[in-house]
Design a protein around this ligand. Sequence first.
Ligand code: ZLM
Ligand code: CA
Ligand code: ZN
Length: 387
Amino acid sequence: ENGIQRPKGYTVSYHANPEMEKMHFGPKHPMKPWRLTLTNKIVLAYGMHEAMDLYIPRAATSQELKDFHREDYIEFLERVTPIDNTWDPESGQYLFNTGDDCPIFDGLYRYCSLYAGASLDAARKLTNLQSDIAINWSGGLHHAKKTEASGFCYINDIVLAILQLLLHHPRVLYIDIDVHHGDGVEQAFWSTDRVMTLSFHKYNRAEFFPGTGALDDTGPLRNDSPGAHHSLNVPLHDGIEDDQYIKLFQDVVWPCVHNYQPTVIVLQCGADSLGGDRLGCFNVNIKAHGACVGFVKKFGLPMLVLGGGGYTARNVAKAWAYETSLCIGAEVHPHLPAHTPYLEHFGNEKTLFPKLDSTNRYENKNNRVYLESVVMGIKEQLRYLQG
Ligand code: ZLM
Ligand code: CA
Ligand code: ZN
């Protein structure tokens, strides 16, 4: 509260509709919209709201959702209720890939249209030139497909936001630091050169969701397809450490920006790449995760900042609050303000930067030689972009 000031020379907008946060995927489901409440409590406790334009966005309309998704899928989401029988006896499956990962809960359609509405609002603030960095922590749901739900995602708000950006921008760079592969966004823009997608993720085809995103999956194989070499993947093993992750991110992102020359960047900040995450398997701390946001910000391009995964709620909230402070260029005290609501949820040492304790560490299976070969592989793809 003492001395959080508006950034000089640029505007940050924050798009959040608190109605989302009360939604429930069901008992024991890892996705907890309540993590957004925790995030906003920390952001407000530090006084960061003083430095940003705050918006409570309206829900997206079904027409807006149909700009990417197929009509019958949106109509299904609109009418389905938890008591419907969504089992399709013909295919022997739940309709549109709903089920355990993507359950049908009360308020599902409202939930979807709210997070999509927030990403569209954020993208429009960028294209209207009313904002330079637009933040929507409720978005970033990168697995949703044109005709089906996948991996806790129903509507692909990222694809919808990028479609909005493409009305005003020739080239969009999409960067995804969620521990899972950003397959839905990659697939949607697979055959165009107007969007470059770049995902960092744990990769194990047989054992880790969604099983796609190998280093050599780089776009259509025909060299004359515009999308060739415009889907980039950084497959990683368990246990990557802070210094390795930061160096890798910089060594890959810098040449992407230099070669592709995007006019806007969309950054998906999935917090399940943090150490100690319930579903993740990296050893990345909040400062290193945030260093990726700080690095992208330094290019000075308009930026859409989105959430994504993140399943240890107290860490998600700290990371996204810290990343909000980086966006506004404010230095915040590492000790959480004493008046932060729900302080009891934030662990024993009331700090933004909890130490990853040894019981939560994964053995690091990424060595220097491997990471260097990944950087080489990416640079090899980027050579095709010249001329
Ligand atoms: N079973 N309940 C990341 C999306 C990851 C597919 C294995 C479902 C879970 C998980 C759901 C309470 C993002 C898979 C999993 C059980 C087939 C995944 C409900 C626990 C539970 O206890 C659970 C009944 C559930 C789901 C674990 N699912 C862990 N990992 C992945 C999807 C989304 O972070 O990237 C972006 C938001 N699904 O591995 C199965 C293969 C379904
Ligand atoms: Ca990713
Ligand atoms: Zn994830």
